[in-house]
Ligand binder design. Structure first.
Ligand code: PLP
Length: 371
């Protein structure tokens, strides 16, 4: 049996997985049509609705990682010729634009500098101008650490007859995500960030308006695997076989969600805020400033500037190989310029802040800055 090293996961995900979630994963595999599994699916849906803060019946875990959830939303909600207005201020907004284009949509991008958030007023003006069929935005841009406010956009999108779509891969379970209150029509997430489950499933939710849109499609959804009509049937309808669900992953997600709700969402969000504040305080003496916009910093993903002359790869390699600590590299525009310190879910603790700050201090002291 391959043996994985024991790492402290303080990067952009996966995050540390609690022992009871790993134990849930290792239970005997049962069939994907077993009534015992159906019960686990029902309970998972109910718990996901609480975590998404929604009454949406069409809330379930797509088999596949967060990217599968993103594709599920795009292929079901867009048809060729539709207009998609996509906000791009980092890697994941860019990917959404790519996915919308592959569905045959006319993609209109609105961009903001990496690390910053969009002004909601400016977005509302753009929505009025473009009148998109679908408007999509990333709530927690993991590539930059930008925490996008979303509370004012739903009405503007609905006023022009569009659907409001969000990526909450990194925020779900670590910061408030209010699907119904914000008027979100469809959202996707991942299991491996603030839900602290291994990667492999993508929680999604669709509003009744989004379901209407799917029912009114002129063309079949081009992805058979991600066609929500089939998935809805398997999860909530006549339970017809669609695909062999990754049973053990779903059992693990059930346990991860149970832990999230046992802690309580508000308490969990507060823990993430406090751990972030503690990191901000502790990392100051190291001279590693945050690279994201003040006032809009994610609590679970902290991008810090790499000091001039310091070798990014060498530092991360020493943390990993000598101390078993994983932090994230910069992505896209921030490659080689920033490190990303993830304090997600189970990993969001002051003790982990002390560990990673102590480790960085040691390694940075050992590596003389290049001149
Ligand atoms: N969206 C965001 C904001 C992410 O952070 C990620 C992954 O890091 C994704 C989408 C894609 O998810 P996955 O890598 O699970 O497919």
């Amino acid at each position: 049996m391959p043996v994985t090293p024991s790492r402290l996961l303080l990067g952009p995900g996966p995050s540390p997985v609690p022992p009871s979630v790993l134990a849930a994963l290792a239970q005997p595999t049962i069939g994907h049509m077993d009534p015992a599994f159906m019960k686990i699916m029902d309970e998972t849906r109910q718990m996901l609705m609480k975590v998404f803060d929604t009454t949406n019946e069409l809330t379930l875990a797509v088999s596949g990682t967060g990217s599968a959830g993103a594709e599920a939303l795009m292929v079901n909600l867009l048809e060729p010729g539709d207009t998609a207005l996509i906000c791009v201020n980092g890697v994941f907004g860019g990917r959404l634009a790519d996915k919308a284009g592959r569905c045959g949509a006319n993609v209109v991008k609105i961009e903001a500098p990496w690390g910053t958030v969009f002004d909601q007023e400016a977005l509302i003006e753009k929505i009025k101008e473009v009148k998109p069929n679908l408007f999509a935005i990333v709530h927690a841009e993991t590539s930059t650490g930008a925490h996008q406010p979303l509370d004012r956009l739903g009405k503007a999108v609905h006023d022009v007859g569009g659907l409001f779509v969000i990526d909450c891969v990194t925020s779900l379970g670590g910061a408030p995500v209010k699907i119904d209150e914000w008027g979100v029509d469809a959202a996707y997430s991942g299991t491996q960030k603030c839900l602290s489950c291994p990667p492999g499933l993508s929680p999604v939710t669709f509003s009744p308006r989004a379901i209407e849109r799917i029912k009114a499609r002129k063309k079949k959804v081009q992805s058979w695997y991600l066609d929500m009509t089939f998935l809805m049937n398997y999860w909530t309808g006549n339970r017809a076989y669609h695909h062999t669900a990754p049973v053990n992953m779903n059992v693990a997600l059930h346990e991860a969600l149970r832990l999230v709700l046992e802690e309580g969402l508000e308490k969990r969000f507060e823990r993430h805020r406090q751990t972030h504040a503690y990191l901000a305080e502790q990392i100051k003496p190291l001279g590693l400033p945050f690279t994201n916009q003040k006032g809009h910093r994610l609590p679970m993903l902290n991008p810090v500037a790499i000091p001039a002359g310091v070798d990014d790869k060498q530092v991360r390699a020493r943390l990993l190989n000598e101390m078993n600590i994983e932090i994230g590299a910069g992505l896209g525009d921030l490659a080689g310029k920033a490190w990303r310190i993830g304090l997600m879910g189970h990993g969001s603790t002051k003790q982990n802040v002390d560990t990673v700050v102590g480790a960085l201090k040691k390694v940075l002291a050992d590596i003389p800055a290049k001149t």
